[in-house]
Design a binder for this molecule. Structure first.
Ligand code: ASP
Ligand code: MG
Length: 417
């Protein structure tokens, strides 16, 4: 059996973080595959390189060099006697691509360049682990993850990927494999990326293909909490939640784990652990369906900057399915997620995140059909497993303007008084 581990950007952001990560990896038993993101904010920095390259403002190579320098510094801090020239060597292909590229497809260019972040981080970490005499292999995940050609949001070809993953892992003897998150490749061998924050998904895909014993994600929080600790000091850790609970939480806007990541693991019932990278011994949160499920505290998702858009039918007829289908189509066209809705006699209201340009386009699309009103600055409170005490905490100083309740979930749209 093999276990999959994933370290995000924050957990490998500098010398200290990488030492900490290496300690965790050293303590692993049995066979393990370790998926690593680009270091810290490297992907954002690589995106700036892409923009510069696109705008031909002459700064792209300079920006890239800053990123390479930073990796050299960290590499030398970890291994003072080593030669960091491998970093320039590794960047050569990307630099050549930047010089020679003739494609005018932004997303294609993006993937060929941005992917250097994960190659740098995993090579640096592989070198450091080897320097620490930890026996491991470096794997270029692009050899195994075959995707379509939807650059920047590529879809995995499950059949091809799973064949290649199984073949590689049956032939490879190493007990510890270090590889990149976020990356894949087209059948022609061009690099693709799986969408921002895609490394969790890489870990899930590997877990699924390998029938892993578990998938473990290390984060800067102790696990999955019942609310955002940046908003609520009394946030508590939930030691165990079901796959469905995790999917529901993220549907309502909790920053847990993307449903796309949960789904493959749920399908094969592979337990999924969210752990703290500063305290890896503590159990964190188990997301699975096995064993007994503890009862859960109220799970609170509190979203600010909400907008209520109301559509009234111009001729005072009722809002029927036909009108609704126009509104839903316009929402889909703008890829707007409906946070809450209310269907009245002559108007239909939707609560949305305040995505200004998309909402403008939505109104533009529907203004001939409906009289449209807009209220900004609202708050949306969602509580799963609610109780009255938790609801009451939010009511002073606020007016409830919409409310929806099921057995499990209450949603209140709030206006500050
Ligand atoms: N490095 C990529 C990003 O920052 C992927 C990841 O971290 O999951 O989006
Ligand atoms: Mg990340």
């Amino acid at each position: 059996m093999i276990r999959v581990h994933k370290f995000g950007g924050a957990s490998v952001k500098d010398e200290q973080a990488i030492r900490n990560m290496a300690d965790i990896v050293k303590s692993l038993e049995g066979r393990n595959v370790v998926v690593v993101s680009a270091m810290g904010k490297t992907t954002n920095a690589m995106e700036a390189v892409v923009r510069s390259q696109w705008e031909e403002d002459g700064k792209a190579i300079g920006l890239l060099n800053d990123i390479l320098e930073k990796h050299k510094e960290i590499s030398l801090a970890l291994m003072p006697d080593s030669d960091p020239s491998w970093i320039d060597e590794l960047a050569k292909d990307v630099i050549r691509f930047m010089e020679d590229n003739r494609s005018s497809e932004y997303t294609f260019i993006y993937d060929q360049i941005v992917s250097l972040g994960e190659q740098l981080s995993t090579t640096l970490i592989y070198n450091y682990l080897s320097d620490q005499e930890i026996d491991c292999e470096w794997l270029d995940i692009r050899r195994l993850f075959t995707t379509d050609r939807a650059y920047t949001e590529a879809k995995i070809n499950w059949e091809k990927t799973s064949d290649k993953v199984l073949k590689y892992f049956s032939e490879e003897e190493s007990q510890l494999i270090i590889t990149q998150g976020f990356l894949g490749s087209t059948p022609e061998g061009f690099t693709t990326t799986l969408g921002r924050e895609g490394s969790d998904y890489t870990a899930a895909v590997l877990g699924y293909c390998l029938d892993a014993e578990s998938v473990n994600i290390y984060k800067d929080v102790p696990g999955v909490l019942n609310s955002d600790p940046k908003q609520f000091e009394d946030a508590v850790l939930m030691p165990k939640i079901s796959f469905l609970e995790a999917i529901e939480m993220s549907f309502y806007g909790a920053k847990v784990i993307h449903p796309k990541t949960i789904k493959p693991l749920q399908n094969k019932e592979i337990p999924f652990f969210v752990k703290s990278f500063v305290d890896p011994e503590s159990p964190g949160t188990e997301i699975s369906n096995r064993g007994e499920m503890p009862s859960l505290p109220p799970v609170i998702v509190f979203r600010e900057k909400q907008v209520l858009v109301s559509f009234a039918v111009k001729d005072f007829s009722f809002v029927g399915a036909e009108n609704l289908s126009l509104i839903y189509k316009a929402l889909a066209d703008q890829r707007l997620h409906l946070n809450m809705s209310y269907n009245g006699a002559i108007s239909f209201s939707v609560c949305l995140d305040n995505k200004v340009s998309k909402i403008k386009a939505l109104i533009e699309e529907l203004k001939d059909e409906f009289d449209i009103k807009l209220e900004e600055g609202l708050e949306l409170l969602t509580i799963r497993h609610y109780d009255e005490d938790t609801i009451q905490r939010f009511l002073p100083g606020r007016k409830v303007i919409l409310e929806e309740r099921t057995d499990e979930v209450v949603q209140l749209l709030l206006r500050q008084r």
